[in-house]
Ligand binder design. Structure first.
Ligand code: SF4
Length: 431
């Protein structure tokens, strides 16, 4: 079925105004979802500052069922003479029943199942490796994409929730000094369908353990706000009550500080949780750790956070990867407390003791140092939590498994601006 071809002219959702915040029962999610991945040229202006970018021709990028909004599926099937309720059945089976094969969608006629199976893949990701740790409560999956790249997803099971940490790019252009993902630069953005495939995979893993997926954090590989269009489309599909119906309060986007896109996100109809990877209270230090700071310095970033909190009514989380001898000093803690206290931002600081990466020269502070840093922040009136990364023994910080799997070469790692990372992303899984 040429669903994806005919769908390319399908209008996007008509969306409510920003002041009509959606509930999980409202259809559609975010404004202006981009068309399926194949339509949007990679690295479009403002989307990426890739050091190493290999954009692919549109025709080479397959569209899967997970890329499609319900409206697009209705239209695509309608052009084949199928009633709209067939699209809703497919959505329900794909997301409520987590079906990985059209064949099990038994309410559909056999002919339609065969048509779909022949022409529209459900997913374009293939799971190649699962690793478990924390007594089976952290499961990391390495996926191969249709074009031979690798991305990682982590499912974390807690007593009261199950959180998936999703990747949004192959590699990352930001190049934070402490990040494994940033070592090789950006290869390409993932499509919305490739992100949905990670969520469905995690939902299946949770279900197999008698659990239900409850939360999602975009803290895996990549910078979501540099893959903005695909990320917004993904969240729209994820939120659709005809599918998974993920509520905004259960979704967290983490950014290294793409200021214009924080403002764009604030205008979206869904008030999504925002986490900002701060890692330093001043430009001199943050310029070294997060190169994007040279473009959007700390003051501008905190201004944007203030606007986001005011517009959405949401508290902002600041992620702070603690690195021994780098950003863990008493005076740095005091400056961080003072900087945040001076702002009108309802916020919480998550301190994430570094997950060391083999290729990078950063260490985790001592327990006494971690406790002292947290105490100074708390004494300064800043709500603070120390979060320890899960899955250290399976390289659970973003990009680490990909490095260990040899999918990143030493030549990649030697890129002059590349270094390391952490992403305590996984640690802040309980957002
Ligand atoms: S920490 Fe995040 S934003 Fe920074 S390089 Fe790694 S993946 Fe990119």
């Amino acid at each position: 079925m040429r669903v994806m071809v005919s769908l390319r002219s399908v209008p996007t959702h008509t969306l409510p105004p920003a002041n009509e915040r959606m509930t999980p029962a409202s259809p559609g999610a975010v404004s202006s979802p981009a068309p399926p991945a194949g339509m949007a040229p990679l690295g479009s202006p403002g989307e990426s500052t890739a050091r190493r970018s290999r954009p692919m021709p549109r025709a080479e990028r397959p569209v899967s069922l997970y890329d499609l909004t319900l409206d697009e599926l209705v239209t695509g099937l309608g052009q084949r003479g199928h009633a709209p309720y067939r699209a809703r059945q497919i959505y329900e089976w794909a997301y409520a029943h987590l079906a990985g094969d059209y064949e099990v969608m038994t309410p559909l006629p056999k002919t339609l199942r065969a048509e779909l199976a022949a022409e529209l893949s459900i997913s374009t990701l293939t799971a190649v490796r699962d690793l478990e740790t924390d007594d089976g409560e952290t499961i990391k999956t390495l996926y191969r994409t249709f074009d031979g790249e690798f991305v990682e997803t982590v499912l974390m099971l807690y007593p009261d929730r199950a959180t998936v940490c999703v990747s949004c790019q192959v590699g990352c252009a930001v190049g934070c000094a402490f990040c494994a993902t940033g070592l090789g630069g950006l290869t390409r953005n993932l499509s919305a369908g490739e992100m949905m495939a990670q969520v469905v995979g995690a939902a299946r893993q949770a279900k197999a353990r008698g659990r239900t997926l409850t939360n999602l954090v975009m803290m895996g590989m990549g910078e979501p706000l540099q893959a903005y269009e695909a990320t917004m489309r993904f969240i729209g599909i994820l939120h659709d009550p005809a599918g998974m119906g993920f509520g905004a309060r259960r979704i967290t986007i983490s950014t290294s500080g793409v200021v214009p896109k924080i403002d764009a996100l604030a205008e979206q109809p869904l008030a999504i949780n925002l986490a900002v990877s701060l890692h330093a209270p001043n430009d001199a230090l943050r310029d070294r750790l997060v190169p994007l700071n040279r473009r959007y310095p700390v003051g501008e970033l905190l201004d944007a956070c203030e606007r986001y909190a005011r517009k959405t009514g949401r508290r902002v989380s600041f992620e702070y990867a603690l690195m021994a001898g780098v950003n863990d000093g008493d005076e740095v803690a005091a400056e961080l407390a003072e900087t945040l206290r001076a702002r009108d931002i309802p916020c919480h600081v998550n301190l994430i003791p570094l997950n060391p990466v083999d290729l990078l020269p950063y260490e985790r502070p001592s327990q006494a140092g971690i406790d002292r840093f947290a105490a100074i922040l708390s004494a300064g009136g800043i709500a603070t939590t120390v979060r320890y990364s899960r899955g250290v023994e399976i390289a659970a910080a973003c990009g680490q498994l990909r490095v260990q799997a040899g999918t990143m070469t030493m030549a990649d790692a030697a890129t002059p601006t590349a270094r390391h990372e952490v992403v305590g992303s996984l640690a802040s899984s309980d957002l």
